[in-house]
Design a protein around this ligand. Structure first.
Ligand SMILES: [Zn+2]
Length: 199
């Protein structure tokens, strides 16, 4: 198993993916507007992270999750671009999936970031449909599948808030985009993303 190393540059200033070029942003970010203002992540999504995350999410190894969450919480304040937010919003699981797993890994991570930063965790999103793992789909197909999956939670008021979405892994960015679209429809003022790992 390789060593766990921090994700480091050169990265796209916006989506946080590896990007080496004369421009500050990667071609994808320059070609279209995203509802997510920027994304930052702690680790690249490669060995040894995937098996650790698997042990946490599917194997119920919460001590592994605790170590990952502590790293994420410690890294949060190192990103100036994530400063000044009003609240942290975990990407929700569908209630059926959460019952099966016993916890939502994104909320588990958000709670650690909250303890370290003092920012509140706001359960501002509902997941209306359960979606299957979609790693084999193209970015466009993923975005299509996620249409209407997230909605603003009825009990949370996000009007005028600067929010940071929290998730375990960000690959295509389709999940964060779908969440951000829902939060913007609820009146949120800005949405940034913070993930444990970037694919
Ligand atoms: Zn980019």
């Amino acid at each position: 198993m390789g060593r766990l190393r921090r994700l480091d540059g050169p990265l796209c200033r916006r989506c946080g993916r590896s990007w080496e070029g004369p421009e500050a942003c990667c071609p994808r970010c320059r070609s279209g507007l995203s509802p997510v203002d920027l994304v930052r992540a702690v680790f690249p999504y490669r060995t040894p992270l995937p098996p650790l995350l698997y042990a946490f999410k599917y194997g119920g190894r919460l001590w592994v999750g605790k170590a990952l969450a502590d790293w994420m919480a410690g890294a949060f304040r190192l990103f100036d671009e994530l400063g000044g937010a009003d609240a942290l919003v975990p990407v929700p699981l569908h209630p059926a999936r959460q019952r099966q797993r016993g916890f939502n890994q994104a909320r588990f991570l958000a709670e650690a970031v909250s303890r370290a930063s003092g920012l509140p965790v706001l359960d501002a999103l509902s997941r209306l449909r359960n979606t299957r793992a979609q790693s084999r789909l193209s970015r466009r197909e993923r975005a299509g599948r996620l249409k209407g999956v997230f909605a603003p939670a009825s009990k949370a008021d996000v009007r005028g808030l600067d929010l940071v979405l929290i998730d375990d892994v960000c690959t295509s960015g389709a999940t964060l985009s779908a969440c951000a679209t829902a939060l913007r429809s609820g009146g949120a003022s800005s949405i940034r993303g913070f993930a444990l790992a970037r694919g």
